[in-house]
Design a protein around this ligand. Structure first.
Ligand code: MTE
Ligand code: MO
Length: 445
């Protein structure tokens, strides 16, 4: 186990002051007067700071984009990213893809993201029968079963209901699933990229069915898609009447075909597979439908041989996104200040705090949460670190307000075993070598 070596005391003071300032606004304001002038100036992120432009041709000479006309502003009526960002893309791997790539998964480059929103073109995509292209003119939503008044809606009619807009992540419960026995991918995108987050707009199902007369015996709701896989899933009415939504917009525009255009079911914090895309039908019933349909739900096998049947919400989880195998520290020099960042999330509540370790879990340090901290939502965390060029075992551990703490690998496998596929939420560790290379490793006690 690698211990951090000490930098000079003054350095440590300045770094911890920056972290404290981030973690507490009140604290920041109290100390701002003292530190705004001194500490910020003294803790330049780049060392040495380059202030002279004379010999920098990018400053004194125009490049080709400064000496010719650019594109007409009407060239891309729908904008696309800079061609230099072509590497920031979804990816798939043979390990998780069907041969023909129809029943496949395409993973999100979570290490390339800033903030807590995934751009629509990078949202992970898991479709069991390819991406359906539904003509909104021919789209209908049927709501029936144990209701006094069943309902058939067109898309325009659905959109007449009062809408809500909320930020939530979607995670496939198989995210990280190939790695129960050990690391499989030296890549955050493949190890943890079966998730993404967006701002969703749609109607709460409780509002939609408020005057439809839901019967007392209705305990379950079947959701079915109009793609070829249909993806029939049954969920408890309790969740439906809590915060389930039917959404038609994603980050301010219509859902992308990959996310179920024109309409998908959104069950905040619950398994991605339940969030039926290309939604066609909701049927309320007394019994769950999976009694009849073999593929209608996932279970979790425990070491005793017994399966946990109802296991819908995703548990508290986190991962460091920078550094990571795709974003190593190989360009850093000893003494550089660098921001460690990551994402924490929980389907059972709001992230309360996140700790990080540099020594594989022997010592932990609380880090700051940054930006919006919302229920059932990605939460970004941050820590300013003075790079020492020493090997590290770097990991994060999140705690949510439902009282759940992210488990170690040993704690998790003691409950669920290593044959499991779904719901892996144990601590992820990056080994940082003395050269700044980052590797995916499993730390066991
Ligand atoms: N109709 C339909 N809904 C579906 C699926 C599907 O194949 N068809 N895949 C499910 C699975 S397994 C997951 S993880 C999520 C993926 O959502 P995304 O493709 O928007 O990321 O959608 C779910 N909803
Ligand atoms: Mo999934």
């Amino acid at each position: 186990m690698t211990k951090m070596t000490k930098t000079s005391e003054q350095d440590l003071d300045i770094v911890s002051e920056m972290n404290m300032a981030q973690s507490s606004r009140r604290n920041f304001f109290r100390k701002a007067a003292v530190y705004s002038a001194s500490a910020v100036a003294a803790t330049s992120i780049l060392s040495p700071v380059k202030l002279s432009a004379e010999d920098d041709s990018a400053i004194i000479h125009h490049k080709k984009w400064g000496t010719t006309l650019g594109d007409p502003v009407t060239k891309n009526h729908y904008g696309i990213p800079s061609p230099y960002e072509h590497n920031n893309t979804r990816r798939t791997t043979a390990l998780l893809a069907s041969g023909d790539n129809y029943a496949s998964i395409s993973m999100c480059p979570i290490h390339e993201q800033e903030g807590i929103i995934t751009p629509n073109g990078l949202f992970f995509n898991r479709s069991h029968g390819g991406v359906a292209h539904v003509d909104p003119k021919d789209y209908r939503l049927m709501i029936h079963g144990l209701l006094e008044k069943p309902l058939l809606l067109t898309l325009d009619e659905l959109k007449r209901y009062p809408s809500v807009t909320r930020i939530h992540f979607i995670e496939c419960p198989a995210n990280g699933g190939p790695e129960w026995r050990g690391p499989q991918f030296n890549s955050i995108q493949f190890a943890k990229g079966m998730m993404s987050s967006a701002e969703w707009t749609g109607v709460l199902i409780k509002d939609l069915i408020a005057d439809l007369g839901l019967k007392k015996e209705a305990l379950w709701m079947l959701a079915e898609g109009c793609d070829n896989s249909e993806m029939g899933r049954t969920v408890p009415v309790e969740k439906v009447l809590d915060d389930a939504m039917i959404v038609w917009a994603q980050n301010g525009e219509a859902l992308r075909p990959e996310q179920g255009y024109p309409v998908r079911l959104m069950l905040p914090g619950w398994e991605g597979n339940l969030q039926v895309k290309w939604l066609k039908r909701l049927e309320f019933s007394k019994e769950p439908f999976y009694a009849k349909e073999e593929t209608a739900k996932y279970t979790v096998l425990t070491p005793s041989g017994k399966a946990i049947q109802h296991f819908y919400p995703l548990e508290v989880n986190s991962i460091i996104t920078s550094p990571c195998p795709e974003k190593p520290w190989t360009d850093l020099k000893k003494g550089d200040l660098v921001e460690i960042q990551g994402l924490a999330w929980s389907g059972q509540g709001t992230i309360k705090h996140v700790d990080i370790t540099f020594d594989g879990g022997v010592n932990w340090k609380e880090v700051s949460l940054k930006g919006l901290v919302l229920p059932k939502s990605w939460t970004r965390f941050s820590y300013m670190y003075r790079y020492e060029g020493k090997p590290l075992l770097l990991a994060s551990r999140a705690v949510d307000d439902s009282g759940h703490v992210q488990p170690t690998i040993d704690q998790e496998t003691a409950v669920v075993g290593v044959e499991a596929v779904y719901h892996r939420n144990s601590i992820c560790t990056w080994e940082v070598t003395d050269k700044g290379v980052v590797n995916n490793v499993h730390v066991r006690s």
